[in-house]
Design a protein around this ligand. Structure first.
Ligand SMILES: Nc1ncnc2c1ncn2[C@@H]1O[C@H](COP(=O)(O)OP(=O)(O)OP(=O)(O)O)[C@@H](O)[C@H]1O
Ligand SMILES: Nc1ncnc2c1ncn2[C@@H]1O[C@H](COP(=O)(O)OP(=O)(O)OP(=O)(O)O)[C@@H](O)[C@H]1O
Ligand SMILES: [Mg+2]
Ligand SMILES: [Mg+2]
Lengths: 267, 267
């Protein structure tokens, strides 16, 4: 049984595709079999990141451990059972295709509310929600008062996760391990950072997620997209000396994988 | 005739709502009448930012120049003409409501492809597209080769703008002034920054937009969301001394407004 990791946040640009690529590649490089699905059918950032990787590896004759990308299959309308949603059908087929050959399946969700995203959330053994260190991103999880202190109530994305959890509970499945991480953290910005941290801690107890270490704002997390590479691949492609930011980035990714507590994963 | 400014980018987290709030507030503080529309019906970041502002001003008894938020009206299904799309109807009504009392109407679009967003783009006199300094964001405008140099072809968002321009041309309207700005720029990161800059310049000639100065990554652009304030309001709310980053932020916003070349706007 593949362990399904869903990376979700309705908020755009939280870092879902970036986290998906880096977690998937880290697990592949640790020797696990990793399948990947991109549910952002229009933007397809994760799909493009992996396509770039395959193209680069082919062109350079290199062979690096890589996640295996699966596409949602095209289907005939008449292959649906009456009342079955076409997207649900395509998603369960794509997951089934990866199940037999994967220890982990990473599912990257779009930054909007879609049927595919909703269904994927109910498939999650682990749900990773990245967010910017910002009350604008926080606003999708919960509303806060004018001082950014008091929690006034849940917002659309928390409610969406809640209904995914309901569905899972009704189906008798294991509860979702919901982890939230802050992404693109600045080196300074102490006042804002402390405020968000406190508000998140309060919210985590209230709506049931745990907070794990995230990523700082580092250009290495985005500059390797055209070649489909991550910081973990740099030594293999001939970069002799990692700069100090890349060494710190590697530690951040390591700490994240550790904190995810995934079955069979030793970091 | 209000000058319509649409802030659009299908890519999530590019900075649309942040740019919308800051441009709208800057114009209001310059003495212009500014209307605002939030087409992200679920997340409503701009709507929430302005609601926070109104609540804060009311609570503190202050009166600062502010954009006027309009909501899309609810409509009766039978008020539609045969074949008319409900969203088109609601949008044109909201714009009509603001037209008579606004010099500028700012329309914030969602980070996904919706009917409202598509229609709004064809209403734009000025279209502002913010993007992160990243090839992941670039990928929504155009595909590039593995080195991030050669432009291989347009992507979904460029194609969406192209069809909005087509529609406008067919309707005999003035062409859209399409401006692209980079947002959340880092202080260093020279190599990546240069690559993106060059690719953007090449693309601008190819698909017809101009590049304007954008914003650096600064916590002041996001930490004032709970009170609905911007850096321009800080003196009025009693912050005696702006720190060096806030002074620089004010200059960045000033340079952007200037570069937009808006009718009747003196900076
Ligand atoms: N830790 C980081 N350091 C530097 N840049 C980052 C980091 N995380 C993400 N980015 C950049 O921020 C932008 C948004 O990230 P990403 O596309 O992964 O978010 P997303 O949640 O998948 O967005 P969407 O909602 O559009 O799917 C991208 O330009 C990406 O390169
Ligand atoms: N120049 C900046 N400096 C610091 N933080 C910024 C800056 N611009 C945007 N942000 C932060 O980045 C995140 C994304 O910005 P924003 O929500 O404005 O983007 P968006 O394009 O409207 O996203 P969506 O696609 O979800 O509508 C937010 O957390 C915001 O506070
Ligand atoms: Mg994404
Ligand atoms: Mg927005």
């Amino acid at each position: 049984m593949a362990h399904i990791i869903v990376v979700g946040n309705e908020k755009g640009g939280a870092g879902k595709s970036t986290v998906s690529m880096h977690v998937a590649t880290a697990l592949a490089r640790l020797g696990h079999r990793v399948g990947a699905l991109d549910l952002d059918l229009r933007q397809r950032t994760l799909g493009r990141y992996l396509d770039n990787r395959y193209a680069f590896l082919k062109k350079s004759g290199m062979d690096l451990p890589s996640p295996v990308l699966a596409e949602l299959p095209q289907i005939e309308a008449d292959s649906l059972t009456p009342g079955e949603n076409a997207y649900d059908h395509r998603l369960s087929h794509a997951v089934a295709e990866l199940e037999g050959k994967s220890d982990f399946i990473i599912i990257d969700c779009p930054g909007s509310h879609t049927r595919l995203s909703q269904v994927a959330h109910s498939l999650a053994d682990t749900l990773i929600t990245p967010m910017n260190d910002s009350f604008i991103d926080f606003d999708l999880l919960a509303r806060v008062d004018n001082d950014g202190v008091k929690i006034l109530g849940p917002s659309v994305y928390s409610e969406m996760v809640w209904s995914a959890r309901q569905l899972r509970a009704q189906a008798g499945l294991q509860p979702i391990d919901w982890v939230v991480l802050r992404n693109r953290l600045g080196a300074q910005q102490m006042v804002n950072k402390m405020k968000i941290e406190r508000a998140l801690e309060r919210l985590s107890k209230r709506i049931g997620f745990r907070i794990v270490p995230g990523f700082s704002e580092r250009v290495v997390f985005r500059e390797l997209f055209p070649r489909g590479l991550t910081l973990l691949d740099l030594k293999d492609v001939g970069v002799k000396q990692l700069n100090i930011s890349n060494v710190a980035a590697r530690q951040e990714l390591r700490d994240l994988i550790k904190a995810l507590n995934l079955p069979g994963v030793e970091v």
